[in-house]
Ligand binder design. Structure first.
Ligand SMILES: C[S@@+](CC[C@H](N)C(=O)[O-])C[C@H]1O[C@@H](n2cnc3c(N)ncnc32)[C@H](O)[C@@H]1O
Length: 246
């Protein structure tokens, strides 16, 4: 978090102290739904219900037995989004997943484990997973070629162009970038230029964070807030199926 964001949070805390004491709290706002033009599609309801049902049976315990620095909170569900991600890819069987924001590799490792055997995951970050204090990836995760990391910024139009063929082929996205209020709208705008081969579903993390409220509200495609079954900071699902309004 930058200095400005830290100061803003400190000021907010003194003006509007949190009503409860919790490990981690963020400022957000509840917004009316009736005037949001983007309503969920049948496809979203089906995907969500099947993904949630599958998530109930997902166990992340084996990850803790591999000796990786796997974060304790990853297994909390609902509360964290990892079991939901696993349930979604288990039921949707995507062929090509694209994750934006890799960090230590927690999300990518889980997605890869629950993907069909021949499916692939490509993850983008501007920081190498090896440069994180507690990386979760190991070099072995990349050995079979099904997992690839690009250290590139997809919001740079030239980089986006370079990966256009990959993006066109992707059928499941996990957007988990910086949530700085700039990067995500820029990326979503670029996605509007992609002619997807199969209309993808996109999971967007942290949609209830202050910076993400306007981003989520601004999405005029069918969308569904799955926060109660995902991440406490907000989990959204977007259906990229072309609609007359899109
Ligand atoms: C919340 S973390 C991702 C966590 C990961 N998806 C997981 O579930 O384990 C956000 C990441 O976004 C990365 N990031 C920041 N700007 C980015 C950009 N322009 N493109 C891709 N990743 C970016 C940060 O370096 C950070 O590693």
């Amino acid at each position: 978090m930058g200095l400005r964001a830290k100061l803003r949070k400190k000021l907010l805390r003194s003006l509007l102290p949190p009503p409860v004491q919790v490990r981690h709290g963020e400022y957000s706002m509840i917004l009316s739904a009736d005037d949001d033009p983007a309503q969920p599609s049948d496809r979203l309801f089906t995907a969500a219900l099947q993904g949630i049902e599958a998530a109930r049976r997902v166990s992340l315990v084996p990850f803790y037995q591999t000796g990786r620095r796997f974060p304790a909170e990853a297994d909390i569900w609902p509360g964290e989004n990892y079991k939901l991600l696993a349930g979604l890819v288990q039921t949707l069987h995507p062929k090509q997943v694209v994750e934006v924001g890799t960090a230590e590799g927690v999300g990518a490792v889980i997605l890869k484990r629950f993907l069909p055997e021949r499916s692939r995951i490509t993850t983008f970050d501007i920081k190498d997973w090896r440069d994180f204090r507690h990386p979760v990836f190991t070099e072995a995760d990349f050995a079979d070629g099904r997992l690839v990391q690009h250290l590139e910024d997809l919001t740079d139009p030239a980089i986006f162009e370079k990966h256009r063929a990959l993006l066109e082929a992707a059928d499941f996205f996990f957007l988990d970038g910086p949530k700085d209020g700039v990067m995500e709208p820029k990326l979503l705008k670029l996605f509007e230029t992609v002619r997807f081969r199969e209309p993808p579903l996109m999971v967007v993390d942290d949609i209830r964070l202050w910076n993400m409220l306007a981003v989520w509200r601004g999405i005029i495609r069918p969308k569904l807030d799955l926060t109660s079954f995902g991440h406490w900071s907000g989990t959204g699902l977007i259906d990229w199926t072309p609609t007359p309004a899109a």
